[in-house]
Design a protein around this ligand. Structure first.
Ligand code: NI
Length: 262
């Protein structure tokens, strides 16, 4: 039986409002044995908890996305801490810097990001990092705030070969999304074979970024197989071994139990 993990999904967003259960069932049927929901704001936390309570194999992280960084506050931090009491909360994030959209100003993004790296260290949880057009500052903050103590993953990897050494020095994981299947993703495709076998993950980041051949449509966890196939091709390995390796890595990073275990 083929099996794989979607290491980053947003299952509670409005687009899944009508058929969330069907989407999740389809993922299970396609061998997606575990799913990690990524947090972006405070509002979605109760919904993510509801889904994780309902399905044994679905976990969640909590964090404030860089787009939402202007809403960072003492209260926000307390709310994230409170959610961390849940047994299926496995990570802090997604958090980081997005200098492409700049939906929050850069100072606010940096402050919220630093605070969340500290929070991850306080909680002893790994980080889910979102970074776009901000590699240098992202590395700086991770270094200064000692993120190596908890580790983490650069989700939806959009870098090229030039950032591989820095990521290896940090000993972080990288997660590939549907973007790696796109024809204009040359730098990402060139970087893909350069990471160690035990540091790569796959994700959908659904509902966005559907991989080919579904590009432009609503994305869902079952499509993680298209990401895995492309990554397997780029790394010249079999799909089944890529799926098993990335699943093992995701479990190690987020300390998930084996899917059939207790
Ligand atoms: Ni995301």
């Amino acid at each position: 039986m083929k099996s794989i993990i979607d290491s980053h999904a947003h299952l509670t967003w409005d687009t899944f409002g009508q058929d969330q259960a069907a989407v999740i069932e389809r993922a299970f049927k396609e061998g997606v044995v575990q799913i990690v929901q990524a947090g972006v704001d405070l509002q979605s936390i109760p919904e993510m908890i509801k889904v994780s309570d309902q399905y044994e194999s679905i976990y969640f992280g909590v964090g404030i996305h860089p787009h939402e960084a202007k809403f960072w506050s003492q209260e926000a931090e307390s709310a994230l801490k409170a959610a961390a009491g849940h047994p299926k909360m496995v990570a802090v994030g997604e958090c980081g810097l997005d200098y492409y959209y700049n939906h929050s100003d850069r100072q606010a993004q940096q402050a919220a990001f630093r605070a969340q790296v500290r929070l991850a260290r306080t909680l002893g949880k790994p980080l889910i990092i979102h970074t776009r057009d901000a590699w240098e500052e992202t590395f700086e903050i991770l270094d200064e705030e000692k993120a190596f103590e908890v580790g983490g993953v650069f989700h939806c990897f959009t870098g090229g070969p030039e950032v591989v050494a820095r990521i290896k020095a940090l000993d972080f994981y990288v997660s590939f999304s549907g973007i790696v299947t796109f024809k204009n993703a040359k730098p990402i495709q060139e970087a893909a074979p350069l990471f160690a076998d035990d540091r790569i993950l796959v994700e959908t980041d659904c509902p966005y970024l559907a991989p080919l051949p579904h590009r432009g449509k609503r994305n869902e966890p079952s499509y993680v197989w298209f990401v895995a196939q492309k990554l397997a091709d780029l790394r010249a390995v079999e799909l089944a071994s890529l799926a098993a390796q990335t699943a093992e890595n995701t479990r190690r990073l987020f300390r998930l139990p084996a899917p059939d275990g207790p």
